[in-house]
Design a protein around this ligand. Structure first.
Ligand SMILES: *Cc1c(COP(=O)(O)O)cnc(C)c1O
Length: 332
């Protein structure tokens, strides 16, 4: 299927190649047991996104990042993540299928059973792993990592944590256009809010831009779960604007009024002690989601986002609804 972005802006078909890693729009369904206090709740379930051995929101970004790397003739991707990085694993698995090698710098995060399992899979993925432990040591190791990423004289394709470059954010511009098509088809009513976790920001920034391009009045609500990156509202608005400017530079005609409209809200009360640190609210949200809605969340991102949604909704901060919860978790 032609991506919505190419349908909307045909000029992009030649300048921003797309690699389909998933066959159909991800499903939306009503959450009937969780919405006892506020607005009508829905889920858009991106956990099923990804035809390969791994799923979730990072695969949407790779649909644009991998062909961009190949277009530039790159052979290696150099990027960074925590020890349990979903991003690094998705990049290694889907990059390998495209003939791209992955070099990963790994910084420490709290190690639990989930993180240990992720590390096992990272080791098996064929990615070259460098344990740099801290952000500072990763920066100091950058020249070495870059050198490891050269393939002959071809430089590596460098990506920030989480793949949240403007090209990566296109994955969620596309997802917002997909949601808009589902609204038009009558699969769900137009939401007043869509809530998602913010780990590196590409997801919420892409959504914010995509919703506006689609002509939806829906606001994107980002729940910050990472304190190791700058993820405030101006920074994330800037990423959305940089993404719009990328589309403009590649031939899309996007009016200035679109990028001036504010539709992004960032909430920061759900992080707890830090990135990857469990919170009681997230644990409760995880249990409720599993028991009442058969929705499998994980503690680092999705359970904290659900905890925020339930509390904001209970305090009538997401009115009038409906409210869409974006499930970014992608276990396989
Ligand atoms: C990375 C990740 C997020 C956050 O997405 P960003 O685009 O990095 O903000 C949310 N949920 C899961 C499961 C993730 O792996």
């Amino acid at each position: 299927m032609t991506p919505y972005l190419h349908q909307l802006y045909p000029a992009l078909a030649d300048t921003l190649p797309h690699l389909a890693l998933n066959a159909a729009p991800t499903p939306v369904r009503r959450l009937t047991s969780l919405d006892t206090t506020g607005s009508e709740l829905w889920v858009k379930d991106d956990s099923v996104f990804g035809d390969g051995g791994w799923g979730g929101n990072k695969v949407r970004k790779l649909e644009w990042l991998l062909p961009d790397a190949r277009r530039l003739g790159r052979r290696t991707i150099v990027t960074v993540g925590g020890l349990g990085t979903n991003w690094g694993l998705a990049t290694a698995l889907y990059g390998r299928e495209q003939g791209l090698k992955t070099v990963l710098a790994l910084v420490d995060q709290p190690v639990d059973e989930h993180v240990r399992r992720q590390l096992e899979r990272l080791r098996a993925s064929g990615a070259q792993l460098h344990f740099t432990h801290t952000k500072l040591r990763t920066v100091l190791a950058a020249p070495y990592l870059l050198a490891r990423g050269f393939s002959g004289r071809t430089p590596p394709y460098l990506l920030p944590a989480g793949g949240s470059s403007p090209v990566g954010a296109l994955g969620y511009v596309e997802a917002a256009l997909e949601l808009a098509a589902q609204v038009r088809a009558g699969e769900l009513p137009e939401p007043s809010h869509i809530v998602t976790a913010v780990g590196s920001g590409g997801t919420v920034a892409g959504l914010s831009l995509g919703l506006r391009l689609a002509g939806l009045a829906t606001r994107a609500v980002g729940v910050v779960v990472n304190d190791t990156l700058r993820l405030d509202e101006p920074t994330l608005n800037r990423l959305a604007t940089r993404t719009a400017n990328l589309l403009r530079a590649r031939g899309a005609n996007i009016p200035e009024t679109v990028t001036r409209t504010a539709n992004l809200d960032i909430v920061t009360d759900w992080l707890g002690p830090g990135y990857g640190q469990p919170t009681p609210e997230a644990r409760t949200a995880q249990t409720l989601s599993a028991d009442l809605e058969h929705l499998t969340l994980e503690p680092v991102y999705t359970a904290k986002a659900m905890a925020a949604l339930l509390d904001l909704d209970a305090h009538h901060r997401l009115t009038p609804g409906p409210v869409v919860y974006l499930n970014t978790n992608g276990p396989r």
